[in-house]
Every structure is written in C-alpha cells, then in structure tokens.
Write a protein of this length. Sequence first.
Length: 131
Amino acid sequence: MMNFRIPKGKLMKKVLIVLAALAAFSGLAQAQENIKVLSTQELVNDCKLPATPESRSFCIGFTTAIYETYLATRQPQTAKPFICVKQPAPARDEVIGDFVKFAQSNQQVADKPAAGVFLGFMSVRFPCARK
C-alpha cells in the first residue's frame, strides 16, 4: 500500500491556494450578484424541532461543516485551540438543541452570520482547559 501523506507545510500551502482562489472567485461572483450569507436566525429555523427531513439534513450538514472546517484550518503551532470537545462527545442532537437555545436567548445575534455565531457557541459550550 502506498503512503500518500502530504507534509503539513505543503498541505497548508495547497489549502491557502485553494482558499485564495475561492476568495477571488467569490469576489468576482459578488461583483456580479449579491451573495446572501446565512443568518443565525435562518440556521435556528432549520435546526429547531420539529424539523422536516430537509431542514434537519441542512442543519446537521452546515454545523458539521463549520466544525470540521475549524478543525482542518486551525494552526496549532501558531494559535491555541478555542474549541475542545472532550470524548465521549455529547450526542449531535443535544449540541444542536443547545445551539438553538443559545441563539434564541441571545437575540442580538439573530442577524449575524451563522458560521461565526456557531463557532462562538462551540467555544462557550466546549471551552479548552486553561493552562
């Protein structure tokens, strides 16, 4: 079996190139049309129960993608982690339910971008131990 391991430096360089290309494309697309960012309230509407199968799938996919992106792009050499989920992790539905409660009790974030608010919630829900 071949080992296709990419050195961290090269992988990060490739990730940065892809992100730069996406940002450039995003700028071009934004010049052509106004791209709407998902608000926290819109995410809460998809995540609160009872949910349709479509909205539940979107909620799980969106929140999972935000957390996985945090894990994939975090630079442990230069930045301390700010989300530390201890194992065994709580059930996904429990965490999503807690996020819905958090957002509903903090109405000042309703119109803020959902991705940033979700990461903020995760940092409060799963803080890292202080050293």
